[in-house]
Ligand binder design. Sequence first.
Ligand SMILES: Cc1ncc(COP(=O)(O)O)c(C=O)c1O
Length: 424
Amino acid sequence: MSDSIAVPTHWYNIAGDLPVAPPPHLHPGTREPIAADDLAPLFASGLIEQELSTETDIEIPEPIREVYGTYRTTPLIRARSFEKALATPARIYVKYEGVSPVGSHKVNSAVAQAYYNSIDGVAKLTTETGAGQWGSALAFACAKFGIDLEVWQVRASYDSKPYRRFLIETYGGTVHPSPSELTEAGRKVLAELPDTPGSLGIAVSEAVEVAIGDAAARYTLGSVLNHVVLHQTVIGLEAVDQLRAAGETQADVVFGCAGGGSNLAGLAFPFIREVLRDRADTRIVAVEPAACPSITQGEYRYDHGDIVGLTPLLKMHTLGQDFIPDPIHAGGLRYHGMAPLLSHTVELGYVRGQAVEQTDAFAAAVTFARAEGIVPAPESSHAIAAAAEYARSLSEPEVIVIGLSGHGQLDLPAYHSYLSGELG
Ligand SMILES: Cc1ncc(COP(=O)(O)O)c(C=O)c1O
């Protein structure tokens, strides 16, 4: 089905399309709207332009499209066996990003970020990673564009998910557990909390600190920011066309997991564009872990993206910059905030949040794996659980689209823990 759909030529920037403009990021010192120059020590110039852009359609440069073309379009799978297992009248479609080189959607932005840094002549990138999906995606992209990479991986995942660390190393990246003794931010946290499992907010501080201190280096973030969300819209742009090609007039509900918000926003925003054009009335559900419920329990306010306060202030749903979630298996969902653009669409009523317990996520993921053969990433499993619960509640047919952001082949120890009853 996906063969007849072309890889998009442009990303979709919802910031230029919403009835109310999203609140700007603020300078952490002056609290004035951030300017391109303020971001220059951190990010490549092409990415800064995208971060601040309100242009609706942004052309995808050819070198990026070339890499996209090696694994996109990704499949939109009609999950008939899963429908049967749930005994639902719903027609369930799964947009599967697990076919990318490292097994998740993260490659869509990693390739773009490495490309824009390479044309600025950046020699080294730094970043954080949770479960290791972003770190491995960026390591792959840096190998493609000839850039060195240093990754701070959240301690809990560094210990429990060694295979993603090995993958980063295989692509040529260097990985440190976070918090680490290598940065002031890391040393400060370790002095206060020597046994901390770490958090993405701490790892961001470490990676930003190193980038700021090295003129040849820049920082990259795997989620949250507008330019990351922008790159991920290839997912939804394809899915809207694929669903139409499958004979559906619209999606009734779209479910995606939300950590920093990039895969869900990337899938959902092109569906919201259909709503904005009065062509559909699709509802969007952002599924987050009960252990880190930023949309359903957090405040909507300006907050930093990291624990130290080095990043711009972002208007978002947040549990607070120093919130350290329990070490759940979905390491990529352990982030205290939510993408400002996604938070804004929640406030405007286009998206609602739902929190799911990790045991419910694994139960649904096991049902899905046994029906469809694909083992979902623990993060994606949260979307599957919420969608399954909704599908079971239906008495009339509806069209459901699930964002299956990655596969869980390297997360099998987590499945083993669940199946052997260790998760309660
Ligand atoms: C497979 C997968 N899905 C989802 C996420 C959550 O990130 P985001 O909300 O930015 O898509 C991650 C993060 O690492 C991930 O690895």
